[in-house]
Write a protein that binds this ligand. Structure first.
Ligand code: ADP
Ligand code: MG
Length: 238
């Protein structure tokens, strides 16, 4: 579960093609990081995979099935946003259960999944608080909890740590890596932070102006960057 394949995928906004034809396969259980400068199309690519934007041409398949006409809620992919995407007026419990309420899951099943996610994320004691009563790291965990309860085939993270301070970022980075080990679920993680990319990724996809400059493991990219752009992004001495 969780193989994602993009074949000749393009995306244009009006006349502007922000993603030229792009091919990419993300393996089951892999932790893939998209890196690249601001505006290179990282978020757009993630939103295309999630189904939050329609592709202009090409094909996306998820576990071998064409995703073209599959709406976001049916793709079994969970997008994790920055922690400020929480509902401030709802308790942690309600925030985490939100996607399950939308899907009209029965209450017992909702409660069970929320308890499990809270336990995995060390949030059990905080379920009745509101987001405003939590630390930044706890809020980020709630955002992740909301993804976990959907039991997705893959998690999609769009710069989830970018509004946390540096110390907290290090801790959350480790937590997300731990979560990946524990769940063994496919994760795609977008960042413009090379340290995050190098420490978290099984595979790094370096993007520039909507196309892929290079794909490889952190070590491969460090040792044999294809060009100066990749070297500059990865921090290797080429
Ligand atoms: P990144 O996440 O790497 O910073 P984005 O995917 O947000 O980059 O943006 C890639 C390009 O697509 C940018 O030039 C951006 O201005 C453009 N873009 C993104 N979303 C839209 C949109 N809804 N309408 C028009 N242009 C967009
Ligand atoms: Mg972005």
């Amino acid at each position: 579960m969780g193989q994602i394949k993009l074949e000749k995928v393009t995306k244009s906004f009006g006349d502007v093609e922000v993603i030229p034809p792009l091919d990419l396969t993300i393996g089951e259980g892999e932790f893939t990081v998209f890196v690249g400068p601001s505006g290179c199309g990282k978020s757009t690519l993630l939103r295309l995979i999630a189904g939050l934007e329609d592709i202009s041409s090409g094909q996306i398949t998820i576990d071998g099935q064409d995703a073209t006409n599959v709406p976001p809620a049916k793709r079994r992919l969970a997008m994790v946003f920055q922690s400020y995407a929480l509902y401030p007026h709802m308790s942690v419990r309600k925030n985490i259960a939100f996607p399950l309420r939308m899907a009209k899951l029965d209450q017992a099943e909702q409660d069970k999944r929320v308890e499990q996610a809270a336990s995995v994320l060390n949030l059990t004691d905080y379920l009745d608080r509101r987001p405003g009563q939590l630390s930044g790291g706890q809020r980020q965990r709630v955002a992740i909890g909301r993804a976990i309860v959907r039991e997705p085939a893959a998690f999609l993270f769009d710069e989830p740590l970018s509004n946390l301070d540096a110390a907290l970022r290090v801790g959350m980075r480790l937590e997300i890596s731990e979560l990946h080990k524990r769940l063994a679920t496919t994760m795609i993680y977008v960042t413009h932070d090379q340290v995050e990319a190098m420490t978290m990724a099984d595979k790094i996809v370096v993007l520039r102006a909507g196309h892929i400059e290079q794909v490889g493991s952190p070590l491969e990219l460090y040792r044999t960057p294809r060009n100066l752009f990749v070297a500059g992004f990865i921090g290797s001495p080429k």
